[in-house]
Design a protein around this ligand. Sequence first.
Ligand SMILES: NC(=O)c1ccc[n+]([C@@H]2O[C@H](COP(=O)([O-])OP(=O)(O)OC[C@H]3O[C@@H](n4cnc5c(N)ncnc54)[C@H](OP(=O)(O)O)[C@@H]3O)[C@@H](O)[C@H]2O)c1
Length: 204
Amino acid sequence: MTVTADLAISLDGYIAGTDVTIDNPGGHGAEPLFEWIHNLTSWRERQGMTGGEENRDSQLMREWFDATGAVVMGRMMYDTGEEFWGDNPPFRTPVFVLTHRPRPTLVKEGGTTFSFVTDGIHSALDRATAVAGDRNVDIAGGASTLRQYLAEGLIDELQLHVVPALLGAGLRLFDGPGRHPRRVEPLRVEETPLATHLKYRFVK
Ligand SMILES: NC(=O)c1ccc[n+]([C@@H]2O[C@H](COP(=O)([O-])OP(=O)(O)OC[C@H]3O[C@@H](n4cnc5c(N)ncnc54)[C@H](OP(=O)(O)O)[C@@H]3O)[C@@H](O)[C@H]2O)c1
């Protein structure tokens, strides 16, 4: 089982803009981070829409969906995504939401469940691993959540979709406590007009 992380990031290292709220999930100025996704066939399929463009970016998105058997995310990512994902969220797998506030599990259409985990990152990862089968567990974000898994050395592979934009301000991925030097081994570089897709494996 491989633990992955897969995020869109600006050239200057931001995964969200400033002033993230439920009404403005990506934060102010974050549009360039997610623009490359909206018209991909694979993304639209998962949102219950037809059409879009079937290009290399779309294939990479589909690769993530196909490879992922369970997802872990922070409560902030859940809160900011909940309305947008709707009744049939794109994950179609169990999702474990880290939080300090217990809540009953939510069962959505299409195979997505949201379980709220209050006993820490190891417990969430164990629960995700138990149901992922031979597919990956993806630590979907946001920054606070991913930093904790990075600090504990629990991520095996990291894919960054670097969009050609500088945000100038916002939520940085590689910041905060728990940082220490790490070696990564490049697995793949794919360049498209929309984003540069960088995939790395952490050296254990
Ligand atoms: N660019 C991308 O690809 C990408 C991907 C994902 C997310 N994002 C963005 O990231 C932003 C959210 O990131 P974020 O760093 O603000 O928040 P986050 O990591 O999504 O969530 C933080 C919250 O998760 C809970 N949590 C985290 N660690 C915990 C632990 N060890 N034990 C218990 N609860 C824990 C806490 O919730 P409680 O307060 O409930 O205790 C905490 O307030 C959003 O703007 C989203 O759009 C971007």
